[in-house]
Design a protein around this ligand. Structure first.
Ligand code: UDP
Length: 238
């Protein structure tokens, strides 16, 4: 196991991975494949909290760059994460995995509000809890939402599944000789502004001693490999 004694994890998936090879939106086949990975992880006995980004549909910063009011655009981004959460809920339940979606923006007709003690109960009953709408406030991201839920749900670690296989000392897309860290400290990530998660999310994990595991969710079976300690990833810790 990569992190021994891990019983409960928060898995954060970037919205981007849900679109597969498309330029935008949700590819149901990709979501189904991701759901299968989550199911396999759950079958190892883990309790799983999920947070999914919204970048495949809308990002507040992109709206603001085109002249929109930033807060207004951010609310649209949060709504995008609810759509992704519902897509993932659908895919998981089609595989027989019980789930609940809890949104930081109340939407009674489609999901529960975030209620920590209720989420706790769901996890104890073996349900996957999908937390949507980030922290429920503009000027944040779902990385911060993930760090916040990981802290309040007392997760043993935050696994960030994204399109790159870890944290590099420089951008691997621009620099062919960029080196991936096996482990790196929170402080180094913050001081060198390494691209892991937003600084506020990293700081929240640091202050609550929650290890962050950054890995690629694009290759099939990678979540299981990383959890088992046979994968490629970067571990961010003290
Ligand atoms: N967002 C926000 N507050 C939050 C979480 C998300 O305002 O607590 C908005 C923000 O505009 C963000 C968008 O929702 O750009 C989508 O989330 P994010 O960019 O984190 O998605 P990801 O990059 O993981 O796909």
């Amino acid at each position: 196991m990569l992190l021994p004694n891990t019983k409960r994890i928060l898995l954060k998936l970037s919205g981007e991975v849900l679109m597969g090879d498309q330029q935008f939106g949700i590819d149901p086949a990709v979501v189904a494949a991701l759901a299968a990975e989550v199911k396999a992880a759950k079958e190892t006995g883990l309790q799983i909290c999920l947070v999914i980004g919204g970048g495949n549909i809308f990002r507040g910063m992109a709206g603001a760059a085109q002249g929109m009011d930033r807060a207004q655009a951010d609310y649209m981004g949060m709504l995008a994460t609810v759509m992704n959460a519902l897509a993932m809920q659908n895919a998981l339940e089609q595989l027989g995995v019980q789930t609940r979606v809890q949104s930081a923006i109340q939407m009674d007709a489609v999901c529960e509000p975030v209620i920590r003690r209720r989420a706790e109960r769901h996890l104890e009953k073996g349900r996957v809890v999908i937390f949507a709408a980030g922290v429920g406030a503009p000027y944040f991201t779902t990385d911060s939402g993930a760090a916040l839920r990981a802290a309040e749900m007392k997760c043993d670690a935050l696994f960030k599944g994204t399109s790159v296989d870890g944290v590099y000392d420089s951008d691997p897309k621009k620099n062919a000789s960029a080196i991936r860290f096996e482990t790196v400290s929170y402080d180094r990530v913050l001081a060198d502004n390494l691209k892991v998660m937003d600084a506020s999310a990293v700081a929240l994990c640091r202050d609550n001693a929650i290890p962050i595991v950054v890995f690629s969710i694009r290759e099939k079976g990678n979540l299981a490999r990383v959890l088992a300690g046979n994968g490629v990833q970067t571990l961010v810790q003290k």
